[in-house]
Design a protein around this ligand. Structure first.
Ligand code: PLP
Length: 397
């Protein structure tokens, strides 16, 4: 049986370059970068080099990079840093969006219980937030705007440079959770007016459990992990050098391949979208052009996403119904609800996320199997029968 891994938004396979870059630091170069002896200094040099590589990919200074345990920690640290600065000035209002990753939404929830007020902007049906809406939501006491670069479920890309320009003009720090975007689309934090940016290595063929926060010079990062003076005192704990070296190598490779990968993936993505659109009562989620090169997201009326995933898995297809974080729970995706999908339709979602490892044969195989599985599930579904018999109205025409 063919196996197709189409869940690259959940995580990616490590690249050979990343693995090779890690091995020396799990073997002969094992010193602690904080040690003064030569073994430690060798490690410290590798840390410096990795920081330079990450900074070069983002267009910032190495000193503006803090290594973290991943995207979630970077999001937490960015938001907590802005909140701490805001609180000192009596500014306790934050603007964000309804379809952020939980690493952002749950951090904001925690701040609400500490007296912050949060405005979550609605997302349009196309999965895009406009700079005008951001501007309208900013108040004199706003201490942070946080808008994700690209959504992890529906793949839509936000007008980041324009939102950044609004924030710059209004004097409000701007954070973007760019975990899905880094290594996949071209980013330059200076040109795009980004003050803070979160990234995570395992979303671009690097190792899991490592990420980074870019924080513009002039903003004050606060530690969310207390301890030693690593990362210029802003993130305690002995640096995970193998992972950091792996992340830097993966990012360097991903950034050098953005155009080539997009040229390969966009036609595959669009072939999948065209093919799945032929299924009756199906709808693609999110804007078709402002979209990550590898993201395909659909809702199918009259089916249940979990059953779809299990049957697809039996056919060798690894897919997702939305975010890895909500699978296992019965709640429909907050992202699909945010773009206005009703509950019953949000339950019937499918996300296929491609990487440069996928082929046209993978796409053809999925286009062969997915319609069959959906027809099979609909055949067994009482909801589908009601729809067919006119006892219920279709939500997706
Ligand atoms: C995966 C992801 C995260 C979390 O990153 P981890 O490294 O897994 O903690 C945060 N935001 C978005 C948009 C993501 O896709």
């Amino acid at each position: 049986m063919r196996t197709v891994y189409a869940d690259n938004a959940a995580t990616t396979k490590m690249s050979r370059a990343a693995i090779d870059a890690m091995l020396p630091y799990m073997d002969e170069i094992y010193g602690n970068p904080s040690s003064l002896h030569s073994a430690g200094q060798k490690a410290a040099e590798a840390l410096t080099l990795a920081r330079e590589k990450v900074a070069a990919c983002l267009g910032c200074q190495p000193r503006e990079i803090i290594f973290t345990s991943g995207g979630s920690e970077a999001d937490n640290q960015a938001i907590m840093s802005a909140a701490a600065s805001g609180e000192r000035k009596g500014k306790k209002h934050i603007v964000s969006t309804a379809f952020e990753h939980h690493a952002v939404l749950h951090t904001l929830k925690a701040l609400e219980s500490r007296g912050f007020s949060v405005t979550l902007l609605d997302v349009h049906e196309n999965g895009i937030v406009t700079p005008e809406e951001v501007e309208a939501a900013i108040r004199p006491d706003t201490c942070l705007v946080s808008v994700m670069y690209a959504n992890n479920e529906i793949g839509t890309i936000q007008p980041i440079a324009e939102i950044g320009a609004v924030c710059r003009r209004m004097g409000v720090p701007f954070h973007t959770d760019a975990v899905q975007a880094v290594g996949h689309v071209k980013i330059n934090v200076k040109e795009q007016n980004i003050d803070m940016l979160s990234l995570s290595a395992h979303k671009f063929h690097g190792p899991k459990g490592i990420g980074a926060l870019y924080i513009r010079r002039g903003l004050v990062p606060v530690s969310i992990i207390y301890g030693g003076a690593q990362e210029r005192g802003k993130r305690a704990g002995t640096e995970n050098l193998p992972a950091i070296a792996g992340m830097a190598a993966a990012l360097e490779e991903a950034c050098a391949s953005i155009d080539r990968n997009a040229a390969k993936l966009i036609p595959l993505r669009d072939k999948l979208i065209r093919g799945l659109s032929a299924i009756p009562h199906s709808a693609v989620n999110g804007d078709l052009t402002h979209r990550l090169p590898g993201n395909v997201s659909f809702c199918f009326e009259g089916i249940e996403g979990e059953s779809l995933l299990l049957l697809l898995d039996a056919k060798g297809i690894c897919a997702s119904s939305g975010s890895a974080c909500t699978s296992g729970s019965l709640d429909p995706s907050h992202v699909l609800l945010a773009i206005g999908r009703p509950h019953e339709v949000a339950h019937g979602s499918l996300r296929l996320t491609l990487s440069d490892e996928n082929t046209e044969q993978d796409v053809d195989y999925m286009l062969e199997e997915i319609p069959k599985v959906i027809a099979y599930l609909r055949n067994m579904s009482p909801v589908w029968r009601d729809l067919q018999e006119g006892k219920r109205q279709y939500v997706i025409q």
